[in-house]
Design a protein around this ligand. Sequence first.
Ligand code: PEP
Ligand code: MN
Length: 354
Amino acid sequence: MKLQKNLFPELPDTKPLVIAGPCSAETEEQVMTTATALSQLGVPIFRAGIWKPRTKPGSFEGVGSKGLRWLQQVQQHTGMKTAIEVATPQHVEAALKHNVDLLWIGARSSTNPFAVQEIANALKGHDVPVLVKNPMTPDLELWIGSVERMANAGVQRLGIVHRGFSTYHQKLYRSQPHWRIVEELRRLVPDLFLCCDPSHMGGSRELIAPLSQQAMDMNFDGLMIETHCCPDEALSDKQQQITPERLSQILHALVVRNIKDGGLSILRSRIDEVDGHLLELLSRRMEISREIGMYKKEHHVAILQTLRYKELMQRMLERGELLKLDSTFVNAFVQLIHEESYREQMKIMKETKK
Ligand code: PEP
Ligand code: MN
């Protein structure tokens, strides 16, 4: 694959390259107001969904092609470049006809090789940069497959967007980040432009700043952040959209290090990711404990079951040994979570006695 990491050589070489704009183009006024505010901040690329892949029918599915004319106005009035999601060859054709500067393939499409190949065929012979979002599932081969289909169609300015993976037990994040998969992708396909989408990853306004910083620490090249002039009134993804003012604060607070010690940041991010999983697992365990507490209460069973605890400890020590964990550590850890479980169940008992 012959790739060019710099998507727009004519733009100043700043890091991160920011792509911002609403989840969906809704009205001409919303598009122009948001784009004007963003261009005043110096954001070079304006994003907006024109055709929206929604989980359920009946939700707002985008304004369709008429939004493309609003994006041309953004180019004319602000000088910004524009970016949209394309999911079909017809979308590609319409986007190219309206001179959209950057196309991205959404997470749902990049899960589907038929769709990706059709988009790739429509792109043949056109020199437009393309970003491939990660598929919904954490499948590196599938993601690389979508990237390869683009490269085989002749796309040279090619990048990826990490927007997190869908999981059944969603707790902290709307879509679980998996930085290690990106590291592997970076190793296998070195010249890709790496972009992070903290909006769909976090799913909430509060998580955009920490996830953006994490992406910078992982040496990503760009950020795609959903920004809306009135986020509370947005027709899609309102809980994760921020105002241009908030975007400006977040960007100013970002620390972009000259990553020479990339190795350490990457290892730390991996530890942070595992710690996050640990907390989520502990929270799930406590939920089940509380259910057990309710069951014991209803069936008049004593909370402390000494035999059960002994068996559980024994099994955990055996498993720990197989996983090469120190037995004193496993013992202390199991005891700690067991005590917390006991405390939770006691709370339930007390509540019921009222
Ligand atoms: C989007 O960027 O608006 C979008 C729909 O993203 P994703 O494909 O990551 O869900
Ligand atoms: Mn969105």
